[in-house]
Design a protein around this ligand. Structure first.
Ligand code: PEP
Length: 255
């Protein structure tokens, strides 16, 4: 089955609840009818509940930026997948900011991916090499290792329906774009690894996105890719006009 392209906006730690309401209103007004693209907004945790009501009967769905790996218990300050499951469809797992700033290990990321899947949500597992790793020629080995670790608690059937976002750390928020051909090569390498480990159906089904400095000016080249299934957008998703233009590049692309 051909899956729709995905355009995911990661709002990170921006927008108060009233600001996110305004941003959603603007998005709803300017998106119009989008049929071929699945549009996901990942606001902060506080914004998720009001946003879920604002998005009823729209073509936008919600994602969370993170989740705790255990369902409940004495884990002060964390957010449970059980609570999120009422409101979101997707959860970002292992974003490089979580890995680098909050020391999330491959082990924890694998647990998070598993708990998300167990509750019927779709993890968007983020992977990517740092600049040092790229300069040392280690991009492929680093990213493949991250993917292998993150998938380690999932079955082939479950992997068929997850999302992986290849986000080179050096490209995030830096304005330094990865070449489309390099992102495509990484996506193909990941599919080959998944095929070897989990079979052809899993390799074909998994959606692989690119993320890192995507904006309205460069989105077209990613939209035209036959290998990539969409994009994960940080900074440009905060500007509703830029985000809508990115979505429209994917919508207008011929299949
Ligand atoms: C991100 O944070 O996932 C991201 C891709 O950010 P940006 O688009 O700002 O590089």
């Amino acid at each position: 089955m051909l899956k729709n392209k995905l355009v995911v906006g990661n709002w990170k730690v921006h927008f108060t609840v009233p600001e996110s309401t305004v941003a959603i209103e603007k998005l709803k007004k300017s998106l119009g009818t989008v049929k071929k693209v699945e549009i996901v907004i990942c606001p902060g945790f506080l914004d998720i509940y009001p946003a879920s009501a604002e998005l009823i009967d729209t073509n936008l769905v919600l994602g969370a930026q993170n989740v705790f790996q255990k369902e409940e218990g004495a884990y002060t300050g964390e957010v449970s997948v059980v609570a999120l499951a009422h409101f979101v469809k997707y959860v970002l797992v292992g974003h490089s900011e979580r890995r680098l700033l909050f020391s999330e290990s491959d082990r924890v990321i694998a647990q998070k991916a598993a708990v998300v899947v167990a509750h019927g949500l779709t993890p968007i597992i983020c992977v990517g090499e740092t600049l040092h790793e790229k300069e040392d020629g280690l991009s492929k080995i680093v990213v493949v290792n991250q993917v292998e670790a993150a998938l380690s608690h999932l079955t082939a059937l479950e992997i068929e329906n997850i999302v992986i976002a290849y986000e080179p750390v050096w490209a995030i928020g830096s304005g330094q774009l990865c070449q489309v051909s390099d992102a495509e090569k990484m996506a193909q390498d990941l599919r080959n690894v998944i095929k070897a480990l989990y079979g052809e159906k899993a390799a074909k089904g998994v959606r692989i996105l690119y993320g890192g400095s995507v904006d309205q000016k460069n989105a077209k080249s990613f939209a035209q890719s036959k290998t990539l299934d969409g994009v994960l957008v940080g900074g440009a998703s905060l500007d509703h006009k830029a985000f809508v233009e990115i979505v429209k590049e994917f919508e207008s692309k011929k299949k």
